[in-house]
Design a binder for this molecule. Sequence first.
Ligand code: SF4
Ligand code: SF4
Length: 279
Amino acid sequence: MKIAIGSGKGGTGKTTLSIGLALALAKTGVQVQLLDCDVEEPNDHLFLKTIGKISRSVDVFTPEIDADLCTICGECSRFCQFNALAAIPNSEVLIFHEMCHGCGGCKIICPQKAVREIPRQVGMIKTSQAENLDFSYGLLNIGEAMATPVIKALKELADPSKTVIFDAPPGTACSFVETVLDTDYCILVTEPTPFGLFDLKIAVRVVKKINIPFGVVINRSDIGNKSVTNFCKYNDIPILLEIPFDRNVAVAYSKGISIIDTDKKYAGLFLEMLQKLKV
Ligand code: SF4
Ligand code: SF4
């Protein structure tokens, strides 16, 4: 089973739930894999005692232009929908690598066969063993605009024989969609505040659009108001779990200690929550 854990906005407790759920399952003997897809700011590894580490590069293809063959006709720059190429008359073709989506179209369209594709590293994937679970995270290179190639590469590691938990990037942009696509269930973590509700509504629209079954976890459920609860009830969205604010959990989090190592009761709560997932 593939479970994505997302949130409309950061700081709602998504990482806490991802790690807590993965460790709770692993302690029962279930084969678990945790993939931290928040590749712009991965932090799951800070809460895990990892052993060994394998790093691999994530590359995308990007064009290189042979100046001896190029006539600066401009076909490639007109073709490129991402404005990654600019043909400067009587000069050269400028390439903006960070804008390139690696579609290869410029190579196909070039009448002079002046374009060739070269690999360009955009990030890394790091894999290790952590407390009875397989763990990998992606890391986007600083300055790179597109997180999806790293997330795609990370998702290719998903082992179908295991329960795979994807810690999705915060928000609902394309990196969130890329993470949630093809999963069996999406758990949306929110908090009962106007900001939490606002972002939850957007996240709900996105997961409905891509047709992934989903439910909601309300973190710090005893702060704020009832608007998230009412929204879920009105829209027939299952509330899988409500977690009241716990100062001990917050303090432990700041020290890199997982929620289930802070208080054993959470492992039971997370496992009970899993029984409510309808896929
Ligand atoms: S299409 Fe080919 S020949 Fe024309 S500007 Fe681009 S690289 Fe140069
Ligand atoms: S590979 Fe695609 S996105 Fe990249 S420069 Fe060529 S046409 Fe543009």
